[in-house]
Design a protein around this ligand. Structure first.
Ligand code: NSS
Length: 431
């Protein structure tokens, strides 16, 4: 329907214009001899008035409509300060595509029920706002990546080995072999830098995480970057520039949607400007201990510890220089302290915590083999990856950003599952 006018495009300046609208019934009320319908489509809403005097047929049809019915309406624009958007459409004609007698989602629906009927929950403009913000964050990422000379690549999802530990691998039968669902494109991106130097990908990543936290999905969208010739400090700069650009563009292009969730509370988003604060893991442990958190040097920080740490910051920030024992095999040993690796996580403020995990990669063949063995893995399974350290090895670094985690923070959602179309968690595979 190419001649359709979008609801949000109906403005008082269009007074007197004839328009055709197509959408869904969002609200309906009857007052005297009039039916007021708030029509919604992907752009927003507009009020449509049906009066017996103008068109008796349309008025009678409008009276029968249930919430979420799909309709095509023709009418004339009338400026009206009382209408929610300052203009309304006086209906002359209506075509009912489908009348819905009863929409299963009512005001008192529980959150569990909303997830059970997620396919219908997606009708909600408030849910659509999340998806628009997510799309805009990725649009911004693409803009930034293009402007800065990064190549998009398309890595495999069916893989033969772990990147982030065997415990969270999803295993599947691959003819007479075993395959896994990718946890991260990283190892493949590392291979791609030898000709493309700066590469990125957006893929679903899978983690068989049984942990039921507000920041874990079993399937999430993973934005990963990998670059030759960059050390940890270089890649941290890339991270803060990319993330501040994404957040800045979202504020610019999706203010209305963000305010739906955050109201006036935009301070941390506005403070997302480089350089982000940087603290070492050692400092992080000291801060936590001084705040009464029981954690010792060498232990990993979970969501709870990170939440406490975020109280110290008003923008995203970095924690760098983690102990080797709690980080992945591919991270480069810190030449100035072999107990540590050249890794940095980016944490979002307001209790959210880790949104990015990144590091410089171990580029030394012998050290990498040793790390693989130490982690209890078989170097034979990583032969191709080890080859990358034999034929023109270069210093290189990269990171992965969990898109749902970024969205959850930007919109202050209480769980990453609300940041994805159809969330996958240990207890949810349907719809
Ligand atoms: O495990 S990570 O910390 N790091 C990697 O996967 C690296 N191999 C990425 C790389 O360097 N190319 O995951 C990266 C980010 C992490 O900071 C989260 O934001 C997100 O991916 N992530 C998740 N989001 C949602 N659910 C789950 N389960 C999850 N796991 C990681």
């Amino acid at each position: 329907m190419i001649d359709k006018v979008y609801c949000a495009d109906v403005t008082p300046e269009m007074e007197g214009e004839h328009v055709k609208l197509a959408g869904w019934v969002y609200r309906k009320r009857e007052v005297g001899k009039k039916v007021f319908i708030v029509l919604r489509d992907s752009s927003g809403i507009v009020q449509v008035v049906f009066s017996k005097d103008l068109s008796e047929d349309a008025y009678r049809l409008a009276r029968t409509l249930g919430i979420e019915s799909s309709v095509v309406i023709e009418g004339t624009v009338k400026a009206d300060p009382r209408a929610p958007t300052g203009a309304e459409v006086r209906a002359e004609k209506i075509e009912v595509i489908q009348n819905v007698e009863f929409f299963p989602i009512t005001k008192d629906a529980s959150r569990d029920f909303l997830l059970d009927v997620r396919h219908l929950h997606l009708h909600s403009p408030k849910v659509a706002a999340v998806m628009k913000v997510k799309a805009t964050l990725m649009q911004a990422a693409r803009e930034w990546l293009l402007q800065n000379g990064w190549y998009e690549v398309f890595p495999p999802i069916l893989v033969t080995g772990a990147v982030e530990g065997g415990a969270t691998l999803f295993k599947l039968k691959y003819f007479d072999k075993t395959a896994y669902l990718s946890q991260s494109a990283q190892l493949y991106l590392e291979a791609a830098i030898f000709s493309l130097e700066k590469v990125w990908s957006l893929t679903p990543s899978f983690r068989a995480e049984k942990s039921r936290t507000r920041r874990h999905l079993t399937e999430f969208w993973h934005l990963e970057l990998e670059a030759a010739w960059m050390d940890l400090w270089d890649i941290m700069k890339v991270e803060e520039e990319l993330v501040s650009y994404m957040v800045g563009r979202a504020l610019e292009l999706r203010r209305k949607e963000i305010e739906l969730y955050r109201k006036e509370d935009l301070k941390t988003l506005k403070k997302t400007v480089p350089p982000f604060p940087r603290i070492s893991y050692d400092e992080a442990i000291e801060i936590l201990q001084s705040k009464g958190v029981r954690i010792e040097w060498g232990e990993d920080m979970g969501a709870d510890e990170e939440r406490v740490l975020t109280e110290e910051f008003e923008s995203p920030f970095f924690v760098y220089g983690y102990p080797k024992g709690i980080k992945a095999f591919y991270m480069k040993e810190d030449p100035s302290d072999p107990r540590k690796v050249l890794a940095a996580d980016m944490l979002a403020p307001e209790g959210y915590g880790e949104v990015i995990g990144g590091s410089q990669r171990e580029d030394d063949y012998d050290k990498l083999v040793r790390r693989i063995i130490e982690e209890g893995m078989d170097p034979k399974n990583y032969e191709w990856y080890l080859d990358l350290r034999k034929y023109g090895s270069v210093p290189h670094s990269g990171f992965g950003l969990g898109l749902e985690r970024l969205v959850a923070w930007v919109l202050k959602l209480d769980h990453v599952r609300w940041a994805t179309l159809f969330p996958r968690t240990p207890s949810r595979l349907y719809p």
